[in-house]
Design a protein around this ligand. Structure first.
Ligand code: 5AD
Ligand code: SF4
Length: 474
């Protein structure tokens, strides 16, 4: 699980706010890219109040934990971090300073009452739909004792009330276009913590994209819990879908690459598949979670498609875009999963051949249908299955990355590497690519030769001559 400290909050432009009344904001972000995006937006909301990012919590005037509730013992991790922060808060108070402590994200949404009961020193508990109200909550927390709680799903759309981003978000940026989910998979908390599916209007998305490009962004990843369910009224008054939105985005001068995540197989419509054929900026990579290869399990999971239907979608995508690379999520040990079901998952993985994929042991989420289901799978069986699936998936990634060695491919360079003179970018199929090269390459897309494949990245060499050969990784 991704855990970032201030990685969005520490943007250079944010320091322009350090005039009068500067306050330090420290953010800890767990979970998905949407949480990373949300942390950035919370920093934007707080910037006009004088909050600037700080890398450590001990001198912070406000600390926000942006939490994830999707798997594991998420709440316990939050409580243990809160215990550590409580000590710092008390130390700052002893020096006559206030530290506002806020818990945001899906744990706040799902366990707000528990947080207040177990950690009454927390000042603000706010769910993912209420970030635009943060300044008001900060003011209330400053005035009142006790915890300010906002975990409603307000009638107004949070997107409409968030300010424009105040600082550049880098060569590659996320842009949330959709939130929430109506699919109600048996195991998943998202429909309860993020609420019903809501799409951001096309005009607002295009406006944010144009602002990003003006600030130097070259690659945009459209985000949504169910991003391909995005729909709205198009700029020309007609109903719009994600395929159409991608076409509109591709028209914006300066956008070199477009990606979207995470998708549901049920929403892979003809338009979106056609966009993969027709839009060169749409990268040949798709994260399309299937969760299981067994029809019995897919039904138990309420996925509302079969393994054959999933494979048919992959077939159609590959027919129009032969070099498309695929990624998925898998859950092992969902209640009722037999050895035969698990074997069906391994078979599906062999049939698809993934470039990368994530696999998780099923973990019961309170309040979800699967949590109360009979036939929970013993932990030891889950352990064995997760090892087996990961060996298979790792071998596919190794094979895919190994197949890239020797190819000349376009790489969009996004930032400096860890070593002097090193620049880092991404291949079309999302692998990070490291190369020795000039800083001026950052923000540009050039063809490079892949010379080495590592477990999760590729090494490249600059080439003086242009493109020679184009083929997908094996
Ligand atoms: N247990 C294990 N994995 C889960 N995921 C979602 N909920 C659970 C759960 N209760 C996984 C799914 C999803 C990904 C984001 O997290 O595979 O696609
Ligand atoms: Fe959760 Fe994704 Fe299923 Fe929605 S589609 S309930 S977000 S796993």
């Amino acid at each position: 699980m991704l855990r970032t400290r201030d990685d969005l909050g520490m943007r250079p432009g944010a320091t322009s706010m350090t005039v009068a009344n500067t306050r330090r904001l420290h953010m800890i972000t767990w979970g998905c890219q949407m949480n990373v995006y949300d942390s950035g937006r919370m920093a934007d909301v707080l910037a006009p109040l004088g909050y600037v990012p700080t890398a450590t919590p001990d001198d912070a005037d406000m600390v926000i934990l942006n939490t994830c509730h999707i798997r594991d013992r998420a709440a316990e991790k939050v409580f243990s971090e809160l215990g550590r922060l409580r000590v710092m808060k008390q130390a700052r108070e002893a020096q006559g300073h206030r530290m506002i402590l806020a818990v945001a994200g899906c744990v706040a949404q799902a366990e707000g009452a528990e947080i207040v009961a177990r950690a009454p020193y927390v000042d603000i508990v706010l769910g993912p739909q209420t970030y635009h109200r943060l300044p008001e909550m900060v003011a209330r927390a400053a005035r009142a004792g006790g915890t300010v709680i906002e975990t409603d799903f307000p009638a107004e759309q949070k997107f409409d009330f968030l300010p424009e981003a105040s600082a550049p978000r880098g060569v590659s940026a996320f842009l949330t276009v959709q939130e929430g989910c109506d699919k109600f998979c048996s195991f998943c908390v998202v429909p309860y913590t993020r609420g019903a599916e809501a799409s951001r209007p096309e005009a607002a998305v295009l406006a944010e994209a144009r602002r990003l490009v003006a600030q130097g962004t070259r690659e945009i990843t459209l985000l949504g819990q169910n991003v391909n369910a995005w729909h709205g009224e198009g700029t020309k008054g007609k109903p719009s879908n994600l395929g159409h939105l991608i076409r509109e985005l591709a028209e914006i001068p300066g956008i070199l690459r477009i990606r979207y995540t995470t998708s549901h197989p049920r929403d892979m419509d003809d338009d979106l598949i056609a966009a993969h054929a027709e839009i060169p900026a749409l990268m040949p990579f798709l994260h399309l979670p299937v969760q299981s290869g067994s029809d019995r399990m897919l039904e138990a999971m309420n996925r509302r498609h079969t393994a054959a239907e999933y494979l048919a979608i992959i077939g159609r995508l590959r027919a129009v875009r032969p070099d498309i690379a695929l990624s998925s999520d898998f859950i092992v040990g969902h209640p009722g999963e037999t050895d035969a079901d698990f074997q069906a998952t391994l078979e599906l993985i062999r049939a698809v051949g993934y470039a990368q994929a994530f696999s998780f042991k099923y973990s019961a989420r309170p309040g979800t249908p699967a949590a109360g289901a009979a036939l929970q799978v013993p932990e030891a069986v889950k352990d064995q299955r997760i090892q087996e699936i990961q060996v298979l998936l790792r071998s596919q990634t190794t094979r895919f990355n190994g197949g890239c060695v020797g190819l000349e491919i376009p790489v969009l360079f996004t930032h400096h590497g860890r070593y002097d003179g090193q620049v880092v970018g991404r291949a079309p199929w999302l692998q990070p690519v490291h190369m020795i090269g000039a800083s001026t390459l950052i923000g540009t897309e050039i063809r490079v030769r892949i010379v080495e494949a590592h477990t999760n990245s590729l090494a490249a060499m600059q080439i003086p001559t242009p493109f020679i050969e184009e083929r997908a990784c094996a």
